[in-house]
Ligand binder design. Structure first.
Ligand code: ADP
Ligand code: MG
Length: 219
């Protein structure tokens, strides 16, 4: 297998508008992400960062172009096979944590593994390991409402990593945090992602954070 986790070539996406011209959001977008590489996706609001992440994360389809993830041409796969790749190979982090309110931090990280067929005990051990890496092991049994914004995002990062993805897609993961917390959460995310040698594509409009990644793609 090559060390390229994701290869996108000439992806285009146009949205029809009720009034006026179609909106051409992506025009021939191409990029590679290697294992262990952290890439920043930078651009003003409305420039298409989220649209691109949805396409790369197989939540949406491009109108044209090619997308290869772990050497598989995913544009040719059925919805069922795309869902499998999404669950096994990709982790998602959003601006808002989207944790399940009724479950504790550790349960939020255990659940996606159980859905994927991992046994309860192994899933819990993996969840605890991730919480420890994110310095949150002492908060494992707290529900999201009992955690600070930065802690909630760290749980969301742990959840994204739960199934050992080969790639993390993050959409402004610290966009909702104050600058100091944003810095802490960002550093921890960098450390775990680097430690596990997975690829990451992180949308941000914070140039200071973008400069600390391996490479910047400017929209
Ligand atoms: P960003 O994440 O960089 O802020 P987005 O990808 O969210 O940018 O949006 C890019 C543009 O596409 C925006 O102008 C937005 O209004 C438009 N857009 C996004 N989704 C849709 C959709 N489903 N239908 C029509 N227009 C959309
Ligand atoms: Mg966006």
């Amino acid at each position: 297998m090559s060390d390229i986790v994701l290869n996108a070539q000439s992806l285009s996406k146009t949205y029809a508008q009720a009034d006026g011209e179609p909106l051409n959001i992506l025009k021939n977008f191409s990029c590679d992400v290697k294992a262990g590489e952290i890439v920043a996706l930078v651009g003003p609001s409305g420039s298409g960062k989220s649209t691109l992440l949805h396409i790369l994360g197989l939540l949406d389809r491009a109108d044209s172009g090619s997308l290869v993830i772990n050497d598989r041409d995913v544009l040719k796969l059925s919805d069922g096979e795309r869902t499998k790749i999404r669950r096994n190979d990709m982790g998602f982090v959003y601006q808002f944590h989207h944790l399940l309110a009724e479950f504790s931090a550790i349960e939020n990280i255990t659940l996606p593994q159980i859905i994927n067929g991992v046994g309860r005990k192994d899933a819990r051990a993996r969840a605890m390991d991730l919480l420890t890496q994110l310095k949150l092991d002492h908060r494992a049994d707290n529900r999201p409402a009992k955690l600070s914004g930065g802690e909630q995002q760290r749980v969301a990062i742990a959840r994204a990593l739960a199934n050992n993805p080969s790639m993390i897609l993050a959409d402004e993961p610290t966009g909702n945090l104050d600058p100091e917390t944003s810095d802490i959460v960002f550093n921890m995310m960098m450390d775990v992602v680097r430690g596990q040698k997975i690829g990451a594509l992180i949308a941000t409009h914070n140039m200071d954070l973008a400069k600390r990644m391996d490479r910047i793609i400017q929209f």
